[in-house]
Design a binder for this molecule. Sequence first.
Ligand code: FAD
Length: 471
Amino acid sequence: MTSPVFDFIIIGGGPTGSSAATYLRWKGYSVLVLEKEKFPRQHVGESLLPFCYPLFKELGVLDEMKRRFVRKPGARFSSHDGKQSSTWCFRNIIHDESYLSFHVVRADFDKMLLDNAAKHGAEVKEQTKVERVELDLPNDHVRVHTTGADGLAQEYEGRFLIDASGQDTFLARRTGDKHAYKELDRIAFLTHWKGAKYTQGIDVGLLQIVYLESHKSGWFGIQPVGKDRLSVGLVINRKYLKEQKAKLTAAGHEEWQKAFYLQEIRECALTRDILSDAEIAQPLIAVSDFSYYAEKTFGHNFAMLGDAGRFLDPIFASGVYLGMNSSRMFAEALDVLMKQGREEGLKAMEEKKKYIDGAYSLVEKFINIFYDPDSFNLAKLSSTSESNYEGYQTAFSLVHYLLAGDFFNNYEKYGDFLDMLKNPKQFARWRNLVVSRPNVHEKTCGTTYEAIFGDIEDEYVRTTSINGIMA
Ligand SMILES: Cc1cc2nc3c(=O)[nH]c(=O)nc-3n(C[C@H](O)[C@H](O)[C@H](O)COP(=O)(O)OP(=O)(O)OC[C@H]3O[C@@H](n4cnc5c(N)ncnc54)[C@H](O)[C@@H]3O)c2cc1C
């Protein structure tokens, strides 16, 4: 039996692919999602930005999120020795309930979004790996060749292909259009811990970013994803990692990656303290493929969305929002394409792409500032919620808005602001406005343990089956 021609075929059922599927279904299109894994499968990317909140509401998953996931009121940046820190609370700029964002177990979060796409009528085929695509059919359609769990080959035809294959970068790899951001050449390791001490703001849901010593040019990202499940990720520059790998393998460590991860945990006062009595609860995940971009992210019958087209260092926890909101925006352009033809569709995609590129470029600028040893160090700034100083509110708010995810609509304004901070005089002025005021050091962002963890069905979260990316 021949399969029907789908309006859209999507490679990948992560947050980008499943959101695109739901938005396109709502516009009345037939959608096929092809996902190579069986969900739930584990994934990195667990701390979500408040700007995702309206999307969760719109997609109809907000209530489920509130039941299942830990809440996140802000972020704390700490120095390596733990002596200095600054806390940025989203309630300082967001005055509705969306100031309380989420930390999620991605296995559960991604499954929830994929099930939601199926609930809204997308045809979802898991354990179906896309092997090859044809984009040059005479009728402008695409043909997708897959292998299923049974090992059998299958092919599908669609009017348009969305590549949401994440770091697999299905299309960019095949067209040779994947380029590295050389200055952001880093590697990440991440796992979950049981029995960690919930102190230092973890007890009130803060995302903790801990700067490492400058020669490591990296950081720890620490987020509670359950009542007794702490996610601890390490991002580190490749040069330092290579040196350490040589030392650890010479010393006879067979599992040198795990030995390295544990070594760095021991060398950092904060992680050493909170993990002193804890044990690792799942296989270590290693992610070595970042950061990168593709030049040509869309054409008359294809688009790359989310990590499939571009990936930036995760220091500002931006990836899920960038991917999901790009899907939402592109769905509008794809609606134009289906209704008014490919030429009009290309123009509409170009228009959306301007904002998507603007958002990514803004985040890239912010990341470069983070890693620039001559630029400001967020751990050494402190936020305060009280000041009468003229101009304070604007200066104070800008960093909060960036940390909350205001990337798409105001990217030019924030880009100018970040450029301005590169000027030492302007930076000194900003620092004076924001930092050198009598500090009220935020400890809790106005939340309690109950508000953050109270209602989550922890057992559900803990019993997730994990297909570790890399043991
Ligand atoms: C260490 C680290 C920490 C991070 N932390 C954060 C964070 O705190 N917050 C945040 O927002 N982001 C974070 N990110 C980024 C975030 O993980 C990604 O941006 C996000 O997962 C992108 O979603 P996606 O749907 O585009 O891709 P993915 O979530 O990777 O989904 C892609 C899907 O495509 C499937 N697929 C791939 N190839 C094929 C194929 N050939 N056939 C069929 N299916 C295929 C895969 O199985 C996968 O399920 C982090 C990233 C790293 C590396």
